[in-house]
Design a protein around this ligand. Structure first.
Ligand code: UDX
Length: 463
């Protein structure tokens, strides 16, 4: 690093999130966590899915005019959006960062989402350390990092979802990454599978060249995979999750959270309600949503279902749900567009969570001791589902996709049968471990102190 003199009073960190809900939440939580450790925080953000700066008067926000249109960043082809964000924003981000460096003498480093892998080029020659935040689990990130080997061994093809060779081997184990099966290898749906594969390669390489690596996870979940992680990623690594136990995600919600969900839960019996949400990006067709609806109806259990506008392809909101389903379930079902999820999961009425296995949702469920039913759509979600079902024994994976009989049976197992009770007891034991990890002398708190010391050490060592 050049020898710009730095004020001894403030130590500033620049954070660079990925503009998607599941990435924005952990980055904004990290911003609050680091602010509470005495750092001054600046956020670089895109015009698209910007964080609500008025919720963070203690942080500084800087817009990157990336020039992308709403149409270009619509989520129909996520890899295309990732590619555009990582190519079109290099120049504007670099310019923004250069200006910040010229006007602030207290900047310690930049922390970027691993998916914003262009940050490697953005910081080049600017003399600033770059730390990467990977918002997924360690286990799923290792699956991404191992893709070239899996491809070599014939477990993965660039057009993984549509490959006939793999169809008959979907349930085969992948010995390189136990307990994964061929069908669990992360895939990214794209009209151009080669672009998706290239993005994963860039994500991994961009991380390998960072000064440090942060995960929103904790060792009680990931211990067996940590030696493998150190082999792939040799830089200092900090497991300081679960972030949302330090700061809630409510302030970084991009959609308005419908609080009537909580009033409705207040009227329900303890542990009686199944909460159903498939996160901020997943989309399903009408046939699948009909199976979901009838699975819920036939289970006879109360449910709170988040039907996000855009969840059902070709529908504005609930038009594609069968009228009969809405009538039958009107007394024991409640549907909202977006919920205060953390509050929902900690509500005494909630006894189970049917999730798409997005990493934030999984962590939020684990922290409240709520058993899960897992469906997965893409990316890290398949790995998360496998670990929940096979390793952590915290839930049941739906093996057949969306099929009403299997759904009904899984709901009964979780909400009514003894199996759900056993999972709940295991989940509660893990919840206690999380609480231990967050205590002053616990692993996550210590790891956070290490991160803070690591960042402060840049001042003396230079970039
Ligand atoms: C995406 C990927 O799908 C996920 O697999 C990856 O790990 C992160 O990026 P998303 O699909 O949105 O994220 O899922 P998830 O990681 O679970 O994040 C969703 C966030 O939105 C959670 O923090 C959840 O609390 C919040 N949420 C969800 C709400 O606030 N209200 C809702 O109704 C639903």
């Amino acid at each position: 690093m050049d020898d710009r003199s730095k004020s001894s009073k403030t130590r500033r960190i620049i954070l660079f999130p990925m503009p998607f809900q599941g990435h924005m939440n952990p980055m904004m939580q990290l911003a609050n966590i680091l602010h509470s450790k005495g750092f001054t925080i600046s956020i670089l953000h895109h015009p698209y899915n910007s964080p609500h700066s008025s919720n963070y008067p203690h942080l500084a926000f800087h817009l990157i005019p990336d020039g992308l249109s709403e149409d270009q960043v619509s989520i129909h082809d996520i890899p295309r959006v990732l590619h555009l964000l990582n190519t079109e924003c290099i120049g504007p981000s670099r310019e923004c960062l250069r200006k910040l460096l010229a006007t602030h003498d207290d900047i310690e480093c930049i922390i970027t989402d691993a998916m914003m892998y262009c940050s490697k080029d953005v910081v080049e020659d600017l003399g600033i350390h770059r730390i990467v935040l990977r918002t997924s689990s360690v286990s799923s990130f290792l699956a991404f990092a191992t893709l070239p080997l899996l491809q070599e061994k014939g477990y993965y093809y660039s057009d993984h979802n549509n490959n006939n060779n793999l169809e008959s081997r979907r349930d085969d184990p992948v010995p390189e990454l136990p307990p994964l099966r061929v069908k669990d290898i992360p895939s990214i749906q794209s009209q151009n599978p080669d672009v998706a594969l290239k993005i994963i390669g860039n994500l991994v390489q961009g991380t390998k060249t960072a000064s440090g690596l942060i995960f929103n996870t904790f060792p009680d979940l990931e211990e067996p995979n940590l030696p493998n992680l150190r082999e792939h990623f040799r830089m200092p690594t900090f497991l300081i999750g679960p972030f949302h136990k330090f700061f809630s995600a409510a302030s970084s919600s991009l959609l308005t959270q419908d609080r009537s969900a909580i009033s409705w839960l207040d009227t329900q019996k303890p542990d009686s309600v199944l909460y159903v949400s498939f996160g901020s990006l997943a989309a399903m067709d009408e046939d699948h949503v009909t199976e979901v609806a009838w699975g819920l109806a036939n289970s006879m259990q109360p449910f709170l279902w988040v039907v996000r506008p855009g969840l059902v392809q070709g529908s504005e909101w609930l038009e594609s749900l069968p009228n009969e389903f809405l009538e039958i379930t009107s007394k024991r079902g409640y549907i909202v567009k977006w919920a205060p999820q953390q509050e929902v999961l900690s509500h005494p009425a909630v006894g189970g969570f049917w999730t798409h296995s997005g990493w934030n949702s999984v962590l939020e469920s684990i922290c409240e001791g709520v058993p899960m039913i897992c469906s997965s759509f893409f990316g890290d979600q398949t790995v998360n589902s496998r670990y929940i079902n096979d390793v952590w024994n915290l839930g049941i994976e739906l093996e057949k996709g969306f099929e009403r009989e299997e759904i009904e049976s899984a709901i009964r197992k979780i909400m009514v049968d003894g199996e759900g009770q056993e999972i709940r007891e295991r989940a509660l034991r893990l919840k206690e471990k999380v609480q231990g990890s967050l205590k002053t002398d616990g692993f996550s708190s210590q790891s956070l102190n290490d991160l803070s010391d690591f960042i402060s050490s840049f001042k003396s060592s230079g970039a």
